[in-house]
Structures are given as structure tokens and as C-alpha cells.
Design a protein around this ligand. Structure first.
Ligand code: ADP
Ligand code: MG
Length: 440
């Protein structure tokens, strides 16, 4: 079977312990999968999240090796099996039903911890859930990775599903895939039927619209149709609509018609409260000193924090011991180390070029334009601090004569960091973005 071949390859790439601990808990749904979508079930949301972040990209890549098509990796929790089956049927169904949506039942308003960093987005989402299509339309939520955007989107969906509303949740990527699929098969009427006949359209990760002209056009019409009929639209993105590059002006302005709410990284107390909540929901016991340690030492990405919690729990179960602070420290240290080993110079170039609006090829070129030189220096600085690359290997990457150019770049950036607080904040932001991205 295909999946056995995939697992065979995967087992060569990850340790036996990891394989046993996480991959073995998955159940592959051959029937529910398609060439462009591989469906797995996990026993609980934590494992699902963890597998998706840690192994999602690897799995997709291995499928691609075997089948020539890179599928989207879907990991559902087991309790949602019946719901999911209903979803796969929608491709053939004429009209969507209230079940025609993949919502994670555990992402609710109740399970969302509110602090000042997310208060505004939470309140806006709750208002919209209570009175869809009436007040804030569209609602646009933006913020960094792992800060709870998707959670809020599902919460709006779950709230309204319970009230019998037609809810459609889709990532922009899925929207785009389905769009091209139906376009190719001359079944656009079905596509339109689906997306234009709902009470609430939830669109996740809209930043992927960037430079996708055809999809933007289709979404524009979908938007107009729904908005005109008083139906609610909610979108999330990693950035403010103004900052999404290559977005048609008419769409951008529509995104700004309603309410724009941002989510900031959580403050320490909120992080602590979230960790406690996750432990409570998953039946995991952690002492306060461990909770505090995790909150203080992990970054702001709650998805990664959850990853650590289940990892701790899984280890403790496996070794039949309680989780001590020392044990937790060790696991976290390893996790942080592993993460930095996973970052490549290409990851850094990708993020920096996007953020500073220069092309990756320009960064790697010998172009001396001021803006490009600065971007190149920033990449060098970040590569030195976030990856194990030495100065000579960086010089080689950039086609420089020797490492003196690298050390010059480091010196310049360090000088700027010393005297310019805004610049420093920008560099820190870039570091967070790169770390978050290398985990996708
Ligand atoms: P994003 O879509 O912003 O990248 P997600 O919504 O996927 O982030 O959140 C990542 C994980 O963190 C989810 O499991 C979510 O439940 C959890 N999470 C984030 N913020 C909160 C919060 N305020 N309260 C509870 N859980 C949260
Ligand atoms: Mg998300």
C-alpha cells in the first residue's frame, strides 16, 4: 500500500522513538484521501497539531516522491470522523448542508483564553458570531503565527453551526485548489453554488492570495455576492490587508470595509493562563514552576507551546514518571536547539525579501543599491545568529571573495542595533517570523 511505502521512507528520516510515539498513533484514511489531499486521523487535537507542524511538510514531500503530486496533509481528530465523511461527500453533493465544513470542535470561545493581547479580536469575533452579517462585515483578523486566529475562526463557525447556520470554513489554499479543480473540470457552477450559498464564509490565511490573480477575481465576485446578500465573511491573515503584496486594490478596499482586528503576542500572564487551560483540557498535570518555566522560555507561538506540553506528557507516560522541572528544562532545551538547526539561509532570505520588499535574487546578487545592501546585511546577520553557518560558508553562499565582507556586514548591523531601537525591534520581529516559518 502507498501509505506503507510513505511510512517506510519517513522512518528513515525520523528517529524510531518519534515514529513510534507520534506516527503510529495516526490512522490513514485511504478512502477519504485524494491525490491532492491525504487524510489522517489522530487520537486527540494535540497529536494532530503536533504531527501536522512537525511532519506535515515531510509527509507531503514523501507523497510527492511516490505519486508525483504533493497533497495537502489533513489531520482530523478521531471524534470528528463522521463529520469528515460528510465533508468529503460535498464534492458530489449539489448543495452544502450544515455539516459541510471541517471545524475543530475543541476550538470554541470557551476554550479561548482572553488577555489584553487578543481581547479586541476575541470580542469582535464573538460579536460577529452572535450577529453574523449585521455589524462588522467583513471581519478581518490578523496577527503572527500560532496566536489563535484559526481558533477564533473555528469558534465563530462552531457557534453558528450549533444554531443551524450554513457555515463554510476554508483555507485560502483549499479555496484556490478547489477553484482550479472546478475550473479544469468545467464545473464552476458547483464551486459557485457552494461558496455563494452560505450564511458565513470563514477564510483562513488569506495572505496566500498574494499575486494569485485568477483566484482574487473569483473571490472578488464571491465576496460581492455574499456581502450583498448580508452574509457574513470573516478572514484571517498574518498581516494587515495593506501589507499583503500583490493584492488587487478593489479586494483590499473591501477587506477594509468592516472591522480589522489584530492579535498581538500574548503577555506572560496570558501565556500562563493558556498553558493551564491546555493542560486542563487535555488532562495533563503540570506544577506551577513548570508552567512558568515554559511560559518564560518558549516564544509566543502557542502552537509550539502546545507541542512542548504534549511532548512532555508523552515522555512522562512512556517512562512512567512524573514531570519534574529538570525534565521539562531538558525537553525544552532540545526543542529549541532542534528548531535552530532546522533554519536554513534560504528560509531567512525568503522572509527578509518578503518583509523588506526586495527580490531573493537581488539579495544574492552583487547589486549595490542601498536597500538591497541593507537586506543582504540583515540576512547575513540573521544567518549568523540563527543558523550554524560559519563566516566562510556564508561568504560562499553570497559568492563573496572571503569572510571579511561577512564580518563587515555583521559590524554594520551591530552598530545599527546599538543605536536604533526601531531597527532592533524590526530585527527581532524578523527573527520571530523566521523561526515560525521554519516550523511550517
Ligand atoms: P494561528 O491561526 O494564529 O496561527 P491557531 O489558531 O492555529 O493560530 O492557534 C495555535 C494553537 O494555539 C491552537 O491550538 C489554539 O487553540 C492555541 N491558542 C492560541 N491562542 C489561544 C488562546 N488565547 N487560548 C487558547 N488557545 C489558544
Ligand atoms: Mg492559522
Amino acid at each position: 500500500m502507498l501509505i506503507d511505502q510513505i511510512y517506510e521512507l519517513l522512518s528513515q528520516e525520523i528517529s524510531q522513538a518519534e515514529f513510534d510515539r507520534y506516527i503510529k498513533q495516526l490512522q490513514y484514511d485511504e478512502e477519504g484521501s485524494r491525490s491532492d489531499m491525504a487524510l489522517f486521523y489522530a487520537p486527540n487535537p494535540l497529536i494532530a497539531r503536533w504531527v501536522k507542524t512537525r511532519y506535515g511538510a515531510k509527509l507531503a514531500h514523501l507523497f510527492e516522491i511516490k505519486t508525483g503530486i504533493k497533497p495537502q496533509i489533513m489531520i482530523e481528530i478521531k471524534s470528528a470522523v463522521s463529520q469528515k465523511r460528510a465533508h468529503t461527500a460535498i464534492e458530489t453533493a449539489q448543495k452544502p448542508t450544515a455539516k459541510s465544513t471541517i471545524l475543530n470542535p475543541s476550538y470554541t470561545f470557551d476554550s479561548f483564553v482572553v488577555g489584553s493581547s487578543n481581547q479586541f479580536a476575541y470580542t469582535a469575533a464573538l460579536r460577529v458570531a452572535e450577529k453574523p452579517g449585521e455589524q462588522y462585515n467583513p471581519l478581518f483578523i490578523y496577527g503572527g503565527a500560532g496566536l489563535g486566529k484559526t481558533h477564533l475562526l473555528h469558534a465563530i463557525g462552531n457557534f453558528n453551526l450549533a444554531r443551524g447556520k450554513q457555515v463554510i470554513f476554508t483555507s485560502l489554499e483549499q479555496f484556490m485548489n478547489q477553484f482550479t479543480h472546478h475550473l479544469r473540470n468545467h464545473t464552476m457552477d458547483r464551486f459557485r453554488d457552494k461558496f455563494r450559498n452560505c450564511d458565513i464564509l470563514l477564510l483562513d490565511d488569506i495572505q496566500f492570495l498574494s499575486r494569485k490573480e485568477e483566484t482574487q477575481k473569483e473571490l472578488f465576485h464571491t465576496f460581492n455576492e455574499l456581502h450583498g446578500a448580508g452574509k457574513q465573511i470573516v478572514m484571517t491573515s498574518d498581516q494587515h490587508p495593506k501589507k499583503i503584496a500583490g493584492l488587487e486594490e478593489r479586494l483590499r478596499s473591501r477587506f477594509e470595509w468592516g472591522l480589522i482586528a489584530d492579535i498581538q503576542p500574548p503577555e506572560l500572564e496570558t501565556k500562563i493562563a493558556i498553558i493551564k487551560k491546555k493542560c486542563e483540557l487535555n488532562g495533563i498535570q503540570l506544577d506551577n514552576d513548570i508552567v512558568n518555566y515554559i511560559a518564560a522560555h518558549m516564544g509566543n507561538n502557542i502552537r509550539e507551546i502546545e507541542g512542548i506540553i504534549i511532548q512532555l506528557n508523552a515522555f512522562a507516560n512512556m517512562m512512567n514518571q512524573t514531570i519534574t522541572l529538570d525534565f521539562a528544562k531538558n525537553v525544552i532545551k532540545n526543542q529549541l536547539k532542534e528548531r535552530s538547526e532546522n533554519i536554513t539561509i534560504d528560509d531567512i532570505v525568503k522572509v527578509v525579501s518578503k518583509e523588506l520588499n526586495v527580490k531573493p535574487s537581488e539579495i544574492k546578487s552583487k547589486n549595490r543599491a542601498r536597500k538591497i545592501v541593507e537586506a543582504r546585511r540583515i540576512v547575513i546577520y540573521l544567518a549568523r545568529t540563527l543558523t550554524p553557518n560559519s563566516m566562510p560558508s556564508l561568504a560562499q553562499y553570497f559568492g563573496m571573495k572571503d569572510h571579511t565582507a561577512v564580518s563587515h556586514a555583521m559590524k554594520k548591523i551591530n552598530e545599527m542595533l546599538d543605536k536604533d531601537e526601531t531597527f532592533k525591534a524590526k530585527i527581532e520581529e524578523l527573527q520571530h517570523k523566521i523561526s515560525a516559518q521554519s516550523l511550517d
